[in-house]
Design a protein around this ligand. Structure first.
Ligand SMILES: Nc1nc2c(c(=O)[nH]1)N[C@H]1C(S)=C(S)[C@@H](COP(=O)(O)O)O[C@H]1N2
Ligand SMILES: [Mo]
Length: 198
């Protein structure tokens, strides 16, 4: 299956209409709060845990066996760079949630290395987010979150947790790493939601 996402807002993508305060970049900056994680694929595991403690787990071969999609999306970092038309392959969050029973409205995404970020569950479903493991036709490089990262392109890129390990489903919102130190809880680039109070 192939999905072309033109930007969740429906705007054109050729730079005529960048989110406010953003500039275009051609290269792909690396931004990490800590060291690049090196996760052995034999040990690697991705999980979904529900609010009742039900656990769903995928090994690396199990993740690769799930239906994947190619997606082309624009990236917007809160440090003001935007990169347009990036090409990825990954598994839709809809696919990993297909057999998960939950009444949750919120998610805390956890990464190898301890990074966390929070999102409303509705921002991960209906074709809006992926567990991405290829970039530009190649395995995702470790500095960009390989072997696999969350990709939520309609929000600022700090929501796209690199080295993603787990999606924790929650009945109540729980702030992640940047959200707890002053970054906006939601982070919509088109509304320039960079910091608390924006
Ligand atoms: N695990 C983890 N994920 C993370 C980060 C991080 O520090 N650790 N930084 C976030 C931020 S602030 C940005 S802008 C993007 C950067 O992704 P890139 O390095 O692939 O450009 O990753 C996000 N995901
Ligand atoms: Mo960022």
């Amino acid at each position: 299956m192939s999905v072309i996402t033109r930007g969740f807002s429906g705007r054109g993508r050729q730079g005529e209409d960048l989110p406010p305060g953003q500039y275009l970049t051609e290269d792909f900056p690396v931004l990490s709060a800590g060291p690049t994680q090196k996760v052995d694929l034999d040990q690697w595991e991705f999980g979904v845990t529900t609010e009742t403690g039900q656990r769903h787990r995928w090994s690396w071969p199990e993740l690769l066996a799930l239906p994947s999609e190619t997606i082309t999306v624009d990236l917007h970092c809160v440090t003001k760079w935007s990169k347009l038309g990036t090409a990825w392959r990954g598994v839709s969050i809809d696919t990993v949630l297909a057999d998960v029973e939950s009444a949750a409205d919120f998610v805390l995404a956890h990464s190898y290395g301890g990074y966390t970020t929070n999102l409303p569950l509705e921002d991960l479903v209906d074709g809006k987010a992926w567990i991405a493991y290829e970039y530009d036709g190649e395995p995702l490089a470790p500095e960009h979150g390989g072997p696999a990262r969350l990709l939520v392109p309609h929000l600022y890129l700090w929501k796209s947790a690199k080295w993603v390990r787990e999606i924790q489903l929650l009945l109540e919102d729980q702030q992640g790493f940047w959200e707890s130190v002053g970054y906006h809880n939601y982070g919509d680039p088109w509304r320039e939601q960079r910091y608390w109070g924006d």
